[in-house]
Design a protein around this ligand. Structure first.
Ligand SMILES: *Cc1c(COP(=O)(O)O)cnc(C)c1O
Length: 369
């Protein structure tokens, strides 16, 4: 059996840590899944043994997220990044106009992709003026847009919407790659929700798409490949082509784990507790500070800087921080180059003890530097 000794606290933004119980179960079932004599990796996706695995993942996600009947759940590939194109190709079909809120890297990429596909993109709000350290307040979106688009949790900037814009009849699309299942979410407020798996759901390889029935149509933008039509995957139960079978199997186990913890509301409570520990520490420290503004802070991704402002000097201190943290068993704390400093991603699977260990290390490092 695998080696579960000497595991580290992994603060990676993605792929990121998975619940240890899930990894253990996968290891136990690796060579012979439930008496089939095969690994799930080796099974036909159309086999009798595999069918319940994908059905289980779908029913659990429906249950945990309280997804209404009139929404389809799709398991696709191509990551969050492919959704930037699919959203535009499938929805920008009437006026060809779409409203986007620009909150940093992932929103920008979605904007660029829609423009690339010839969509008439209107950036109706942006937080670029303050290096994306906050979420603009746009309570209401109206106009002849085919859809409106937001990135609900900004993995790199560490910001998160504390409200859902009211878009009336305009379908609201949200990228929830880095906050899916971290908090209760009213699915009925959205037209499409999507999430790459490798932050809060599973290993990389599957993209969860939750889409309202009426947005699934044959009427897509000209030139849209069959694989990029939601209808293709909806009509075929996510089996138009081979789905990422093993990843979906792990996803099912992660969902069972969330249920065992007490469901999304309990997970959310823990996430709030973990994030509060870290932000309170950062806010009261005279050595560190959080980069995201209060009222826009992510529960999942926490970028922070030290008080060292000189760029060259800061780089040396940050590198030292990351190196010594790694030696202490706290890994992947380097910040994204656009924010600098450090970033702790504290997804669902990060235990509170990991956050406490990080804070102890940070206290010690501040004293010594
Ligand atoms: C990671 C991430 C993506 C990109 O996901 P891929 O699966 O790598 O394409 C998109 N949006 C957000 C918010 C992310 O955090």
């Amino acid at each position: 059996m695998g080696n579960f000794e000497n595991r580290v606290y992994n603060f990676s933004a993605g792929p990121s840590c998975l619940p240890e119980d899930v990894l253990r179960e996968c290891a136990e079932e690796m060579l012979n899944y439930k008496g089939t004599g095969q690994s799930v990796m080796e099974m036909s996706h159309r086999s009798k043994a595999y069918k319940p695995i994908i059905e289980h993942a779908e029913s659990k996600i429906r249950e945990l997220m309280a997804i209404p009947e009139n929404y389809k759940v799709l398991f696709l590939q191509g990551g969050g990044s492919t959704q930037f194109a699919m959203v535009a190709q499938n929805l920008a079909t009437k006026t060809g106009k779409a409203a986007y809120i620009n909150t940093g890297v992932w929103a920008k990429k979605a904007i660029a992709e829609a423009k690339h596909l010839g969509v008439n993109v209107e950036v109706i709000a942006s937080s670029e003026d303050k290096n994306f350290s906050y979420i603009p307040r746009v309570e209401k979106i109206s106009g002849d847009y085919d859809y409106a688009y937001i990135c609900f949790n900004n993995t790199i900037m560490g910001t998160h919407y504390e409200y859902i814009p009211d878009t009336g009849d305009i379908p609201l699309v949200a990228d929830i790659s880095s906050c899916v299942l971290s908090e209760p979410l009213d699915v009925s407020r959205f037209g499409i929700l999507f999430a790459g798996a490798q932050k809060n759901l599973a290993p990389a390889g599957v993209t969860l798409v939750i889409i309202r029935d009426d947005l699934i149509s044959e009427n897509v933008r000209q030139g849209t490949p069959t694989m990029n039509m939601y209808k293709t995957h909806s009509d075929n139960g996510s089996m138009y082509n081979t789905p990422p079978c093993y990843t979906i199997y792990v996803l099912g186990k992660v969902l069972d784990w969330i249920e065992k913890q007490g469901g999304v509301s309990e997970i959310h409570k823990r996430n709030v507790e973990k994030a509060k520990l870290l932000y309170d520490f950062l806010d009261s420290s005279d050595y560190y500070h959080a980069t995201a503004q209060k009222g826009s802070r992510s529960l999942m991704n926490v970028p922070f800087l030290t008080k060292v402002t000189d760029e060259a000097e800061a780089k040396i201190v940050n590198d030292k921080f990351v190196k010594e943290a790694t030696e202490a068993g706290l890994v992947n704390l380097a910040g994204h180059r656009l924010v600098g400093g450090m970033r702790a991603s504290i997804y669902n699977a990060m235990p509170i003890d990991g956050v406490k260990a990080l804070i102890s290390f940070m206290e010690k490092f501040a004293k010594e530097n």
